[in-house]
Design a protein around this ligand. Structure first.
Ligand code: FAE
Length: 553
């Protein structure tokens, strides 16, 4: 008998074993944040214009179109530089046979996952069994990359993580930011670059009166009430999902996206992903080209004429290589994400293509302390059959040295009452790992071990044990495996591997190779205490301001 079943009587929790796993499939792993906008935004979406070809020479090439890449693209194109993004994923602009661009949430199809034949849902189990299902192999939007000891979830396509994420737009606590990045002028960050990033991303706040009244945030109100009764502080969290659009969804005036549970497989409306914001603006300069379904595999100094030779493979929508190309770029911006950039740079150093890169390249990776967990509420605390997929409330226990946790109160939109409170806890786990090149396989691995999650679990446990004890409730042990309480085998927040002012100079330059830059989450030292994309965007804004002013002419 599971811990859950054993305590049912005591907790008087309502649980329907008949509830089909299918209903959960949509709801699995929703500890995120995300969304898309009205048609005027869609019209502005950045579109690929011309694929690069062997022999091309370009002034600026950006590897990856997530937050770091999008900021670099906007600031370079505004400075008048012809800029080319190489993105391994698709442009998410063409509807499928169902008329929608992205896969439905409850019945994920090939559009949901990056080159997998079976889904890898973050909340992987329900009531004693796996909720995963077979799908067609396709260049879908969400990658679950197994890095040995941990599954790292990442967005794939024009817009990177912004396509798949929950949109939670959190400026980090100033004291902690200063602790992790002491070389960065925090006055400038909090006075100029965080506000610039929030404006560029289109961050907005939920109408609190609507939050208090709508059925769709019952789950968050229950999460808040139970946290506060145990003495924990809660806070509203801004988001890039357009909350006005969401209210119209509720009123039945527009097509539902967040209120239809869409998030980690993409939002068909409502969300200001990067293709609607930074990339659309960069595209509007007329100076941006995006080459999709091309993966950069090698960067090395060009044999003649200066600059860098960049090799890439072109893939089809099933992941098969259909061509290899080599172009030359005067400047190359690595913005392939913490894992993508670190893997590339570690491989280039080990293979002798960029041998002078410092030893700090590949070091200091962390999972932002991510731990997921679910609680079974009392029968009188329903979380609602209707749930918005966009989180907007967090439990803030960061100041407690024994349990430093910022926990997103996550939706579980299964379309039916579950009485489950789900959380994505960001803990202050100090554990770090390194990327290492394996010369026999030619691949780069990550040294993270499952045991390195324990400090994070201990921190989360301090918070949720207290809530359970106060409420007379228990953990759900059926969501992350069979009799497994903690969702500790995955992260949504890979950070580090090429840390600012350690692997790079204080602005993301790789000084051993003038003209090479790092501009993404790999600059952030493993943990930022909140959901990371606002920090990644603001740091990129800061670094690009210096680079544009000093390095371009
Ligand atoms: P990223 O956005 O990952 O972009 C890198 C891009 O490079 C991708 O488009 C790749 O396809 C591409 N790429 C990689 N390698 C290559 C290559 N070799 N050649 C060409 N292209 C390549 O990097 N964060 C928040 O702040 N709030 C949230 O609510 C939130 N929820 C999340 C939910 C989910 C399900 C996931 C997966 C993430 C979530 N995150 C959230 C994390 C956030 O999306 C992530 O920190 C950023 O996307 C990282 O930005 P980067 O620019 O570092």
């Amino acid at each position: 008998m599971s811990e859950y079943q054993a305590s049912r009587g005591k907790a008087a929790t309502t649980f329907n074993p008949q509830l089909s796993r299918r209903k959960f499939m949509a709801a699995t792993g929703l500890a995120v944040g995300a969304a898309a906008l009205s048609s005027s935004w869609t019209a502005a979406a950045a579109a690929p214009r011309r694929a690069l070809n062997t022999g091309d020479r370009v002034p600026a090439l950006i590897i990856g179109s997530g937050y770091g890449g999008a900021v670099a693209a906007l600031r370079l194109t505004q400075a008048g530089i012809d800029t080319h993004i190489i993105e391994m994923g698709r442009a998410w602009t063409t509807p499928g046979s169902d008329g929608k661009i992205f896969s439905p949430m409850l019945t994920p199809d090939k559009r949901a996952y990056w080159l997998r034949t079976r889904t890898a849902q973050p909340v992987s189990h329900f009531s004693g069994g796996s909720v995963d299902k077979d799908i067609e192999k396709y260049t879908g939007v969400l990658d679950c990359e197994n890095m040995g000891g941990i599954n790292v979830y990442q967005g794939r396509g024009v817009g990177g993580g912004s396509l798949a994420n929950g949109g939670m737009a959190v400026t980090p606590k100033r004291g902690y930011f200063e602790e992790i990045l002491p070389s960065v002028d925090s006055n400038e960050m909090y006075g100029t670059f965080f506000p610039r990033a929030n404006a560029g991303l289109g961050v907005n706040n939920i109408d609190q009166a609507w939050f208090e009244s709508t059925d769709y945030y019952q789950f968050a109100r229950v999460g808040r009430k139970t946290a506060q009764r145990s003495g924990f502080q809660t806070t509203f969290v801004p988001n890039v999902y357009d909350f006005d659009y969401m209210k119209k969804e509720d009123a039945g005036q527009v097509a539902k996206s967040a209120l239809a549970g869409e998030v980690i497989y993409g939002n068909n409306a409502g969300k200001k992903s990067l293709d609607k914001t930074y990339l659309a603006q960069a595209s509007a300069t007329g100076k941006l080209t995006i080459t999709t379904l091309h993966e950069v595999t090698k960067v090395a100094p060009a044999a003649s004429g200066g600059g860098y030779s960049v090799e890439m493979k072109q893939i089809d929508e099933q992941g098969n290589t259909v061509a290899t190309k080599t172009v030359t770029a005067d400047k190359v911006f690595f913005a392939a994400g913490s894992v993508g950039t670190s893997k590339l740079l570690v491989a280039m150093k080990a293979q002798g293509h960029l041998p002078n890169l410092p030893g700090a390249v590949g070091q200091g990776w962390g999972n932002n302390g991510n731990i997921m967990v679910g609680r079974a509420n009392q029968g009188w605390d329903p979380t609602g059959a209707k749930q918005s997929s966009i989180p907007t409330m967090g439990i803030d226990n960061w100041a407690d040295p024994a349990g430093p946790v910022f926990a997103e109160i996550a939706p579980f939109p299964a379309g039916t009452e579950l009485w489950v409170s789900l959380y994505l806890a960001i803990t202050k786990n100090p554990e770090r790992a390194q990327f290492q090149y394996n010369s026999s396989t030619g691949k780069v691995g990550l040294s993270w071990q499952a045991s390195q999650n324990q400090p994070g679990i201990n921190m989360a446990k301090r918070v949720f044990d207290k809530i359970n004890s106060k409420e007379g409730t228990i953990y759900r042990t059926d969501l992350f495996g069979v009799y497994k309480t903690w969702g500790d085998g995955l992260t949504y927040h890979p950070l580090g591997g090429c840390i600012l002012n350690q692997a790079t100079d204080n602005f993301g330059r790789l000084p051993e190779y003038p003209g090479l830059y790092v501009m993404d989450g790999s600059l952030v030292p493993g943990n930022v205490g909140v959901n990371p994309f606002v920090t990644i965007t603001a740091l990129a804004e800061r670094n690009m301001a210096t680079i544009v002013a000093n390095d371009l002419h």
